[in-house]
Ligand binder design. Structure first.
Ligand SMILES: C[S@@+](CC[C@H](N)C(=O)[O-])C[C@H]1O[C@@H](n2cnc3c(N)ncnc32)[C@H](O)[C@@H]1O
Length: 173
């Protein structure tokens, strides 16, 4: 995967879903995880995430949006079903990105959306489960930046890539 990414949530309404988000982030190769205004539910999160992501990856728990500090050049990407958001299939993922999701019974706050470099939406008729949204977003990133061979035109596996063979030296006149 080119670059790195982080996954976080603003608020929590169902800790079980949050555990699933963190586990998904870990499985896809996140470099760190974070939460904003969710620390009071962190104990439940640790219990629901069987991959114990919060002790295997750096976990930043910010009590407010003002406390949030991301690494330099890391772009905040809000994932929310809004009319103005960029459709995920057409989105170019930043190499260094921090994806942030809203709570199960709510949405990303206007203040957080304001801080985002980009807001993306998954083209669905209505909101999907929070951990499903995280999995779709990270799968899309993996398809785009994961370094996989192009899909073939015909159904089936991609063609075997042939070993590179150097050509003869070129003489410039
Ligand atoms: C279940 S949704 C919240 C409920 C939703 N606000 C509603 O109107 O019912 C929880 C979070 O999942 C993410 N999410 C779910 N479906 C999404 C979609 N189609 N596009 C982008 N984000 C989505 C967003 O981060 C959202 O805040």
């Amino acid at each position: 995967m080119k670059g790195y990414f982080a996954v976080g949530v603003e608020g929590v309404s169902k800790a079980r879903n949050l555990g699933a988000v963190m586990r998904t982030a870990h499985a896809f190769g996140a470099s760190f995880i974070f939460s904003i205004k969710a620390e009071d539910r962190a104990r439940e999160l640790f219990q629901t995430d069987t991959a114990k992501t919060a002790i295997n990856l750096p976990y930043y728990a910010w009590d407010s949006l003002d406390e949030m500090v991301l690494p330099r050049d890391c772009q905040l990407v809000g994932v929310e079903l809004t009319d103005e958001a960029i459709a995920l299939p057409s989105f170019r993922h930043p190499r260094a990105a921090a994806y942030v999701f809203g709570p199960e019974r709510g949405s990303l706050s206007p203040a957080l959306l304001e801080r985002c470099a980009h807001v993306v939406q998954i083209p669905t008729k209505f909101c999907v489960n929070l951990s499903v949204a995280a999995a779709i977003t990270l799968y899309d990133r993996t398809v785009n930046l994961g370094g996989f061979p192009e899909r073939p035109v015909r159904p089936g596996a991609p063609h075997e890539s042939k070993d590179h063979v150097w050509g003869p030296p070129k003489k410039r006149t």
